[in-house]
Design a protein around this ligand. Structure first.
Ligand code: GLY
Ligand code: MN
Length: 464
């Protein structure tokens, strides 16, 4: 964890920003796989990590926004637990390590909350994304699990987003560590994959890099020859010469900070000429987006420019016709680019998605409901301290082609005869992570090979 002063400062700012009442933080419980004691690797809640840095299951905390009192709650292990888990730091000592002098048991927590309710005090809590915490909030506060999100405190969400969206230098160093490991994960795949292997073999080679750093993967690895399926977690195919391989994978540091990168490379030593042409269009869009990163620029505008760049390139290749600006204005780029351009990243790979994208990525404005644009997780003006991904892609999704073609959708802009011939082409995406600085941007982590020449030269290492 960071030094305790950092957590004290973060909590003090929260106390200043939240007007009245108690702020309740619920850490995460263990999560079972197939029976109670067979659990997934524990992942602490990110807001709990941000304000307390404590990575044990079943911890909670209350901050009194009026008196400034902070208490960490949890039950100490009994000897029955210790024989299985080994010696554990007491809850009191854990609390002290993040600058909190007071601690209590779960029963103490329940009575403090009951008393506050009797006195009619406001109790702020965050929307729960795990059922175990929905149930705890029901048990502690009587709020039905189905009302959890509606009853969560918008004031608290906004105050937390206002802190977590701006990464400190210490956080940037941690994220950079995650990004460097993430680059190594991608290099491992490029130097390993060969025709005849399964996607699963490559996924395993990639994930071991993150695990060997004593961290974890930051999200479920996408390692696929079917890159047109955006979140494709199936790893059962045998990869063949002539196909492209899309890897979207990232590392999480032991402190919980994420990296998130994508690369696309040929399964053989080199891309085919059709793959090369379309790869270059996707890469041009990626580079164009990066060149626009600086404070004051709207990320939504960068998204539209990345879409125009894709449509310009696809027009040169005969997939698109008509005026490119009009095509993007109408939404025709959704055929190839039906998702967003990037997202905030930090303690979560999609940072604070649990708190709501309208607060994190849209500065409290409503998000679009249009196809394509509704998947843009970030649309606000950029500010120094933001950490985000850039990840435009070009995808040929057979079901989308069939549906839009049947409806003659955007037929003024889309050349369906040509698109149809590429229905099994797959998908291409490059993704890198950036910090917005006072004057522009900084790439986080080492550079990933992404030009055609660099990717093909990296691929040769797999065949040496
Ligand atoms: N890396 C997966 C995603 O950004 O959705
Ligand atoms: Mn991403």
């Amino acid at each position: 964890m960071f030094s305790k002063d950092i957590y004290i400062k973060r909590r003090q700012k929260l106390i200043n920003d939240v007007d009245k009442g108690l702020i309740l933080f619920l850490g995460n419980s263990e999560s079972s796989m197939n029976f109670l004691h067979n659990t997934y690797k524990h992942r602490q809640d990110s807001s709990f990590l941000y304000f307390f840095g404590l990575d044990r299951h079943d911890l909670s905390a209350i901050i009194d926004a009026e008196t400034g009192e902070v208490v960490v709650y949890g039950n100490d292990y009994s000897i029955d637990d210790i024989v299985w888990t080994g010696r554990q730091t007491s809850i009191a000592d854990k609390a002290k390590s993040c600058g909190v002098d007071k601690s209590g048991t779960v029963d103490n927590l329940k009575s403090v909350l009951k008393e506050a309710q009797i006195k009619g005090r406001k109790i702020h809590f965050l929307p729960a994304y795990r059922d175990s915490n929905r149930i705890k909030i029901f048990e502690y506060l009587g709020i039905e699990p189905s009302n959890n999100e509606a009853e969560a405190s918008v004031e608290l969400i906004k105050a937390i987003v206002e802190q977590r969206n701006y990464k400190s230098n210490d956080e940037v160093l941690e994220i950079t560590k995650a990004c460097n490991t993430t680059v190594e994960m991608h290099l491992a795949a490029m130097r390993f994959a060969k025709p005849g292997m399964t996607e699963a073999q490559i996924a395993a080679e990639v994930e071991k890099v993150a695990l060997a750093e004593n961290g974890n993967i930051s999200f479920a690895t996408i390692a696929t020859i079917n890159g047109q399926t955006l979140h494709n977690h199936y790893h059962g195919n045998i990869i063949k010469e002539g196909q492209m391989f899309l890897l979207d994978a990232g590392a999480e540091t032991p402190m919980g900070y994420a990296g998130d990168m994508s690369s696309t490379f040929p399964v053989g030593k080199s891309f085919t000429s059709e793959q090369r042409d379309i790869y270059q269009v996707a890469l041009n869009s990626h580079e164009k987006s990066i060149s626009m990163l600086k404070p004051g620029v709207s990320f939504k505008e960068i998204y539209f420019e990345s879409a125009r760049e894709i449509m310009r390139g696809m027009k040169d290749l005969g997939f698109v016709k008509g005026n490119v600006d009009d095509a993007v204005q109408a939404g025709a780029h959704g055929m190839f680019f039906p998702c967003g351009l990037g997202h905030m990243m930090g303690l979560d790979v999609h940072d604070m998605e649990d708190l709501g994208e309208q607060y994190v990525g849209y500065n409290n404005e409503e998000k679009s409901k249009e196809f394509g644009l509704k998947s843009l997780r970030l649309g606000r003006d950029l500010e120094p301290g933001f950490v985000l991904t850039i990840e435009p892609g070009i995808y040929f999704i057979p079901e989308l082609i069939d549906m839009w073609k049947a409806d003659n959708k955007y037929s003024d802009f889309l050349n369906y005869d040509k698109i149809e011939k590429f229905r099994n082409f797959g998908g291409i995406r490059n993704e890198e992570d950036f910090l917005i600085t006072e004057n522009g941007y900084q790439l986080l982590g080492k550079e990933l090979p992404k030009t055609i020449v660099d990717v093909e030269s990296e691929r040769l290492k797999a065949f040496e």
